[in-house]
Structures are given as C-alpha cells and as structure tokens.
Design a protein around this ligand. Structure first.
Ligand code: HEM
Length: 504
C-alpha cells in the first residue's frame, strides 16, 4: 500500500472516529431530561430541537413557539428541549416566569448568551456579562436612561427624523414604493449616532453611511460565521479557546477607532454634550480610582451594544406597527386623529409633553410589541440549583431556562383572538387585566430592558412623523402576508414591506 493511500485511510478512520465520538456524546446528552424525569420533546441529531443553523445558535428564536405549544398541549408548566446538545427548560407558566425573572432572580441572574472575556474584552457589555460584573455595570448605567435624560434627548431625536420626512414628502409626490424597514433602520441608526456619539451618521445620504454598513455587517450571516456560531452553542470552552467573538471583529475595530477619536476630540476641546457618550465618558473619568472602575473597554462595549440594541429593535417595531395600521385603515385614522389633536393642543409642536399625551399611539405600540416582539425569547442560566414548588426535579446549576415571549403574546389563554390586531387590549381598563408575566416585550425584573423608555420614545417619534401627515397602504409589490424568519434571535420578516404613502 502506498504511503498516500495509508495516510488517506488513517485520515478517514480519524474523521469517522471523531464523528462517532461526537454522535455518542450528543446521544448521551439527549438522555438528560429522561434522567431527570422531565417531560420533553424528541431531539434530532445534531440540532436538538432547533430548526436551522443560523444566528439562533447564539440564542433562541421562533422555534420556541412550537416548543411552548407542545408543553401547553400536555398541560405542563415547563418541559425539556435541546438546543444542539444543550438541555434547555422551556417555561410556559407565568407564575414560574415571575419566579425566574423576579422572585428568585439570584438563581437566574446570568443570561444564556455566548461571550468571550479573554479574547474579546471590548464586547463585555451589560447584556452578556455575568452576575457580579453585571450588577456593577447596571448600577452605573441606569442613570443614563432616566426620564430626565429622555426629556433632554427628545428634540435631538425629533431632529433625526428630518431626512426621513424629506423621503416621505418626495415619495408622496411620486407615489414610489418605500422599503419602510430600511428607512426606519436608517432613522434609528442616525438617532443612535446622534445621542450615543454626538455625530451625524448620515445614514440617508446617497452613499450608504459607514454606520449603516456596520449595522448590516452585524447581522450578516456567512458560512464561516454560521460555523463559528454553531461552535459557540455546541461547546463554549472550545469556541472560547479558538478566540471566537460574538460581535464581528471589523465592527469592534470600527467602533474602537471612532470612539477613541471622538473621546479624544471632546477631551482636548473640553467639549461636553448631553448625549449617552458624554454620560459614559463621565463614568469613565469619575470611576478611575474605584475598586470596579468603568473602563474604556466598558465604554466601547456598551456603546456597541446600544448601537445594536437601539436601532434594530425599534425599527422592527415601527415596521410591524405600520404593517398592521396599513391593513387596518380605521385604526390608522384613529391614531392619526389623536396625533393631530394632541399636536394642535400643543401649538403644533412635537415635544416630550405632547408625545406623553398620545395614549392611543402607545396602545398601538403595545399591541405591536405583543404580536411582534423584536426579542422573541429570552434565556437565563441557573447560577445555583433551583426547584419549582410544583415540580419533582431540581434544576441543576448551568441549565438554560427559556422564556418564549412571542409564544406567550400569541397565546389565546392570555390574549383572546391573538391574531387580531386590537390596540384596545391595552386601554387603561383592559391593561389592568393583562398578566404581566405573559406580556414581556422588554423582559422583566432587575435584568429587564434598561432602555425601555428610550426604545418607546424613538419608536413613537418615528411613527408620529409618518402618520401625522401621510396615509400608508401596502404596495402590491409586497409579498403578503408577512411571515417571520427562522433562525434569528431578533425578529425579522421574510418579505420586504413596501409601503405607498399619500398625503392625508
Ligand atoms: C422597542 C425597543 C426595544 C425592545 C423591544 C427591547 C427589548 C429588550 C429585551 C426583551 C431585553 C431582555 C430583557 C430581559 O432579559 O429581561 C432587553 C435588554 C436590554 N436592552 Fe432593550 N429593547 C429595546 C430597545 C433598546 C434600546 C433602544 C437600547 C439601548 C439604547 C436597549 C438596550 C438594552 C440593554 C442594555 C439590555 C440589557 C439589560 C441588562 O442585561 O441589564 N434596548 N431589551
């Protein structure tokens, strides 16, 4: 036998052996819930109960709706599933959810989200860090998002709608179709640019702005990235060892350079602004001597996070709100009437005070977030063993617990006739009857969305600016109905929503 054939045989044997080991390891892991005596779904090698390889390798998405339905059908408050080979507990009962997010928070204070502190310290942001580090960061960052800070930023956000308004004005004349998600993503990117960096990102300029490019880069899925994300799910220690990051490196490099220059410029020119970045610079400068300072890496990581969390969640909400309002012209007219009435009462000025009076608009947004929560599921990891009172098993340390936000929002037990878009569910009277732990678009408990007020504010401003002057309808170019993409952590429709805009 020649050397090369021998080598080929050895290599084939090695690959087969490695595959057999992986297969047996997965098979063993798939006995986890049986060993615990927990009712579970049937896993398939190698995805477990995931449906496809995508960015959901990071977290959980639309597949959790089916998991939820199955355990509800079995009359269970929770049940077992697998993401790849990892056992996860999916929770259906709002009482248990309250226990996880609030009452027993110390047992569930960590997210199930891959991160790599050693190789990627610049992305150790508040979303991913573990308990002790998180507590310190959350305390430091909470003052950045107070009502007083929102009031200060309000007019700056309104100003960011100007290029968007120009587009609407032009399209209303020419009756051209608008890819509304792209327009809103450019608006929210400019908002973050303005309030987080004090810069004009120019996302609407004819040449695509650098920041909008970065926004796209973050969510770009390449075969290499899929493979990396897969590894982070299958075996975190190996992924960490190989130096795999959760944010693409070009994005981190771009933000590091931009922030270093911007901070230097402000320090040299003694320029102080009233934006997020200034608040973070203040933190960086004033905590240098503390035992747990807010470092420059913390500053970079959290600005990148605000950028990611800030633009996509809000633009998705606006996209689906207009979709539903275009499908329901009566509700659209009612929203516009309220906006116009309130603006008239405030001399036509869109201010923080006038926005707060638009209660029907808020109902529309609340209902949009029920039907289309941008974050479809959240997951925590047990940091110590936990036992739910009605269960006869103990959750071990390190097990992921999934809260299926989208599935809960579409459960007829909590929201009768869930496919119907009905903002009245959230009027002052009906809102009181909503189970707080079945409606979770911003999560709940100490680790809920830190920027809920900001998210609602920029979403409202975007919608006000369209609806006050224009009627929106769905262009025949849109493939209807919109469906949701699989394999994503943040919700996205499969189809592009094209809108037609006419003067109202
Ligand atoms: C409509 C808009 C938004 C929605 C629906 C949303 C939703 C969420 C959800 C579901 C979580 C997880 C909560 C949990 O695990 O209990 C979260 C966390 C977070 N969000 Fe938002 N978000 C929005 C806007 C924003 C914006 C604009 C920012 C920043 C500028 C932001 C920053 C964050 C941060 C930093 C966390 C992590 C908090 C922590 O772990 O302590 N979000 N968000």
């Amino acid at each position: 036998m020649s050397d090369s054939i021998q080598l080929l045989l050895y290599a084939s044997f090695f690959i087969l052996f490695a595959f057999a080991c992986i297969y047996l390891y997965f098979r063993y892991k798939y006995t986890y819930w049986t060993r615990k005596g927990v009712s579970h779904l049937k896993p398939k090698f190698p995805l477990g109960n995931n449906e496809c390889i995508g960015t959901e390798a990071f977290s959980y998405g639309i597949e959790t709706v089916e998991w939820y339905k199955e355990f509800k059908r079995r009359g269970l408050k929770c049940g077992g599933a697998w993401s790849w080979c990892n056992p996860v507990l999916i929770v259906t009962d709002p009482g248990y959810i309250k226990e996880i997010l609030l009452k027993s928070f110390p047992s569930f204070s960590t997210r199930d989200f891959y991160h790599n502190p050693e190789y990627d310290p610049k992305n150790e942001n508040i979303f991913v860090v573990d308990k002790e580090v998180w507590k310190n960061l959350r305390q430091k960052l909470t003052p950045v998002f107070t009502t007083a800070k929102m009031k200060l930023m309000f007019l700056a956000v309104v100003k960011c709608t100007e290029p968007m308004m120009d587009i609407f004005a032009k399209n209303a004349e020419t009756e051209k179709d608008i890819d509304i998600r792209e327009v809103f993503a450019s608006y929210t990117t400019d908002v973050i640019g303005n309030v987080a960096f004090g810069l004009d990102f120019g996302s609407f300029s004819s040449e695509e702005g650098e920041f909008r490019k970065m926004g796209k880069e973050i969510f770009r899925s390449t075969p290499k990235r899929k493979l990396y994300l897969m590894l982070t799910r299958i075996c975190e220690p190996i992924a960490r060892y190989l130096g795999i990051n959760n944010i693409p490196e070009p994005v981190t490099e771009f933000f590091t350079e931009t922030l270093t220059e911007t901070v230097k410029f402000r320090q040299i020119n003694n320029s102080r602004k009233s934006d997020f970045l200034q608040l973070l610079i203040n933190l960086y400068e004033t905590t240098k001597d503390e035992e747990k300072p807010f470092t420059f890496d913390d500053l970079i990581g959290n600005v990148i996070l605000f950028f990611i969390a800030g633009f996509d969640t809000s633009s998705t909400t606006m996209n689906f709100a207009l979709y539903e309002l275009a499908l329901n012209p009566k509700l659209q007219d009612k929203t516009r009437e309220e906006i116009r009435r309130v603006l008239d009462e405030h001399k036509g000025e869109l201010t923080y005070e006038s926005f707060k009076e638009m209660t029907y608009l808020r109902q529309v947004i609340d209902e949009t977030l029920r039907k289309y929560p941008p974050v479809q599921a959240i997951a925590r990891k047990t940091v110590k063993p936990h036992r739910f009172e009605d269960e006869n098993f103990t959750l071990e340390k390190g097990i992921s617990v999934v809260i299926p936000i989208l599935a809960l929002g579409r459960d007829p037990d909590y929201f009768p006739n869930p496919d119907q878009f009905d903002p009245e569910r959230f009027n002052a009277e009906n809102k009181q009857n909503i189970n707080q732990y079945a409606y979770l678009p911003f999560g709940e408990g100490p680790r809920n969305c830190i920027a809920k007020r900001f998210g609602l504010m920029q979403t409202s401003i975007g919608l006000i600016q369209v609806l006050k002057d224009y009627k929106v309808s769905i262009s025949p170019k849109t493939k209807m109905p919109l469906t949701l993409k699989k394999g994503l952590f943040l919700m996205q429709p499969n189809e592009t929503l094209y809108l037609r805009i006419t003067k109202a």
